[in-house]
Design a protein around this ligand. Structure first.
Ligand SMILES: C[S@@+](CC[C@H](N)C(=O)[O-])C[C@H]1O[C@@H](n2cnc3c(N)ncnc32)[C@H](O)[C@@H]1O
Length: 313
């Protein structure tokens, strides 16, 4: 018997295929399998793959914004508070090179440009000032937003009436006001080369009221001045916040001012809690600040008041 030699492997495969009966069912099954393989290889699902991981992240970020606490990071660590009796000297040294800005004020060229006394304020004589000064008996008051000095002069008068003759009032203001304020409120005051002379008229008011021994000022942005006070250890027993009223200004001022509020017993307060101006910016900032710090907001007339010690005991 002649032993038939097995054909080489590649021929055998061809033979096998050749032996399968080809009918219309086989053809459609084969087409179906091919289609299925394309599907699993991803050809038909390709559009899904086009979405890049980066795009997915972007979408996730916009639907899950970063925690609001991120906006609460005002990182400067304040140094230990200097003694209240050193506050005035610290400001004179650090801001005015050791020379009082009241010395020889007003200079001759400014005299004809100023009114002997020109005051304008908003809620600057509110009952809250007396209530808090009686309660706190502050040695250092910091006012954030001073304008022509109406509220600062009122506080100075109150401290003297209450026998707090050593109290220093530190006024922070860039003394620029805000666009359009002059036309609305101070048409009668001079403007020289675009300078509204707010600082000089404020100083003149303080000189007129004989309050130069109790009032000093920092003519800078509230943000930079508060940062420096923290760096120099100048703390306030009573801090009034009444500068920018939009949310972001108020938010920054309140957070930075709170860092230099002398513990325990210091009180921070501010004007315009109920105003709808600037999209209720002051109220939104105060409420958010209180919520994040577990503090209570009290109101006194148009003012908001926070007593941290009352909330931690
Ligand atoms: C409403 S007035 C203050 C009124 C004052 N507390 C009173 O009752 O008489 C606001 C003051 O804040 C000042 N101010 C606003 N934003 C400021 C900022 N970022 N830095 C410094 N001063 C600012 C303005 O120049 C203005 O004099």
């Amino acid at each position: 018997m002649i032993k038939q030699e097995a054909p080489p492997l590649h021929h055998r495969k061809r033979q096998l295929v050749a032996n399968i009966p080809v009918n219309k069912y086989t053809k459609s099954i084969a087409s179906f399998i091919i289609l299925l393989s394309f599907y699993f290889l991803g050809y038909f699902t390709a559009p899904v793959v086009v979405v890049q991981p980066q795009q997915i992240n972007t979408i996730q970020q916009s639907t899950n914004p970063p925690a609001v606490v991120d906006h609460n990071r005002f990182s400067t660590q304040c140094v230990n508070p200097v003694a209240p009796q050193l506050v005035r000297k610290t400001i004179l040294d650090r801001v005015f090179n050791g020379t009082s800005p009241w010395l020889n004020f007003p200079p001759a060229h400014v005299i004809p440009l100023l009114r002997p006394r020109r005051i304008k304020g908003w809620g600057s004589n509110g009952a809250v000032f007396e209530t808090l000064i009686r309660e706190v008996r502050p040695k250092t008051i910091i006012e954030v937003g001073t304008f022509l000095g109406a509220s600062a002069l009122h506080m100075s008068e109150l401290t003297h009436q209450l026998g707090l003759n050593e109290t220093q009032i530190l006024c922070i203001d860039d003394f620029r006001g805000w666009p359009g304020f002059k036309d609305k409120f101070l048409k009668d005051l001079a403007m020289v080369n675009g300078d509204v002379l707010l600082l000089q008229q404020f100083m003149q008011n303080v000189v007129h009221e004989k309050a130069t021994e109790s009032i000093l000022f920092m003519p800078f942005s509230t943000s930079s001045a508060l940062e420096k006070l923290c760096e120099w250890g100048v703390f306030g027993d009573l801090i009034e916040v009444d500068a920018g009223h939009d949310f972001h200004s108020a938010w920054s001022d309140i957070n930075k001012a709170y860092k230099i509020l002398r513990p325990p017993g210091g009180v921070i307060f501010g004007h315009d809690y109920f105003t709808s101006a600037d999209n209720k910016g002051v109220r939104r900032a105060v409420n958010l600040f209180a919520k994040l710090n577990n503090l209570r907001v009290q109101t006194h007339g148009q003012h908001w008041v926070i007593h941290p010690a009352a909330d931690t005991t």
